[in-house]
Design a protein around this ligand. Structure first.
Ligand code: SF4
Length: 445
């Protein structure tokens, strides 16, 4: 039974020191009761109080860590059903499947392809997090060799999938003591693999397409294996969505502990586009880990982009620092483009300039991270705010032509901006995709 905020409050130091980030101990207690904060955020809590509270106030979904040779992936510990209620905390892990039936050369090529699945989007590198090695050969030695090679070549944490507990043991132990892959046995190999997970402290995935049966298994195993992941196995897409939604709801809304673990699902399809659509749907619907078998960059980037969008914090707009940016090597005759400091707006403009190898300056006006039209509608992107930015960042010292290019969507402010700033105002294209051709064809200093 979960504790109330007042019950938790009784155990707190009651000094209102604010070190937890909340103004009072009571405010912190209410957040812990709602499953939105952990006890670790209060550094002055006594050990006795922590012990008394830890079981009852544990987050409704467990955090699971999969450790690789060069870092770890943490999934789970989510506290809300809907992103806009707060935020989603630990991004879904995206895994690429590698079969142990590949030849050495094929395996090497696949590992290189996996390593290359890193993309730069809105100022951040997004990449694949895990490799999922599957024992298709049925040969434990071949599986162990493939796992070791994938671990060394990708340096990613691993998901190990096999019908054979002995094969999982050989593969996991071959990675060294510090590496803790996620073990994914078939139903028949679960009991023996659970023993291995207990002694070796490996996270364990329990698979069953029946939610009730899965809850029964996880309840039985969770006392001995601290880190569990739940999976419905390879089911049709709608069934997977149903599984993800029902297990998340049971864990978060009903505080049903046996289902309070992250979920692993498969988006395996011979058509990479369908695999990407399935994976993106699962990520938007609570998947903890998604296993893909495609290495097509265009399909993987779609999945990673979905994840990046869903796991941004809706309470904090994704923004760049408001300032005057130089793209390429601009002279004082190159264009000065105006946009907002919303990351997507800024990087859309920057990306188009960079791709076309054009030099220019971008003035990112502080609109509290809102996009051009949103900021204009909220009166944050207007002649006054743009003029202030031009003055604050001394744009007149950077260019000699005294011209600014504003987004076509806000053409309506051009006359007002010209009056307010004294600059000549040119109306650029509505979309960033038109910027390169606008500069090449229409810009004159
Ligand atoms: Fe209270 Fe602990 Fe937060 Fe300080 S850090 S305000 S003692 S809950």
């Amino acid at each position: 039974m979960a504790l109330t905020g007042l019950a938790i409050f009784k155990h707190l130091p009651k000094t209102n020191c604010k070190e937890c980030g909340f103004p009072t101990c009571l405010a912190f207690a209410m957040k812990v009761a709602a499953g939105q904060e952990g006890l670790d955020s209060c550094p002055t809590m006594t050990d006795e109080a922590r012990e008394a509270l830890s079981a009852a106030s544990a987050p409704p979904q467990k955090l699971v860590k999969i450790v690789g040779p060069n870092g770890e992936v943490a999934v789970g510990q989510e506290t809300v059903m809907f992103r806009h209620d707060e935020t989603f905390h630990n991004p879904s892990g995206v895994a690429i499947q590698v079969l142990d039936t590949l030849s050495d050369e094929e395996l090497k090529a696949r590992c290189q392809a996996i390593k290359g699945l890193t993309f730069h989007r809105v100022g951040t590198d997004i990449s694949v997090d895990l490799a999922a090695v599957k024992n298709d050969s049925g040969d434990p030695a071949k599986f162990a060799a493939a796992a070791k090679a994938v671990s060394e070549q990708t340096e990613l944490p691993l998901v190990l999938i096999s019908d054979d507990a002995a094969a999982l043991e050989q593969a996991a132990q071959g990675l060294g003591d510090a590496v803790k892959p996620l073990l994914v046995p078939s139903e028949g190999a679960l009991e023996a693999t659970a023993e291995l997970a207990k002694t070796g402290k490996y996270p364990l995935c329990v698979t069953n397409d029946d939610l009730e049966a899965l809850a029964g298994l996880s309840e039985k195993l969770s006392s001995g294996v601290p880190e569990l992941v739940l999976s419905p196995g390879e089911l049709p897409g709608p069934k997977v969505i149903e599984f993800l939604t029902m297990s998340r709801r049971a864990a978060l809304k009903k505080k049903f502990r046996p289902l309070g673990f992250p979920a692993l699902v498969y988006a395996v399809d011979s058509d990479p586009a369908k695999a990407a659509i399935r994976a993106s749907s699962y990520i938007s619907r609570y998947a903890g880990i998604v296993v893909l078998d495609t290495i097509e960059p265009w399909a993987v980037v779609a999945v990673l982009t979905t994840r990046q969008n869903i796991y941004t914090d809706p309470r904090k707009p994704v923004q760049v620092e408001p300032k005057l940016y130089e793209i390429g090597s601009p002279t004082d005759s190159d264009p000065l483009l105006i946009t907002t400091n919303f990351s997507l707006s800024y990087y859309s403009v920057e990306g188009e300039l960079t791709a076309a190898r054009l030099s220019a300056r971008i003035l990112a006006v502080d609109t509290e991270g809102t996009s051009v039209l949103t900021a204009w509608a909220a009166d944050k992107f207007n002649p006054e705010t743009i003029t202030k930015a031009l003055n604050d960042f001394e744009a007149d010292k950077a260019v000699k032509h005294h011209k600014v290019v504003i987004p076509g969507h806000v053409a309506v402010i051009s006359a007002g901006l010209a009056d307010e700033s004294g600059w000549e105002v040119l109306v650029g294209p509505k979309e960033a995709s038109g910027i390169a051709s606008y500069i090449k064809n229409d810009w004159k200093a």
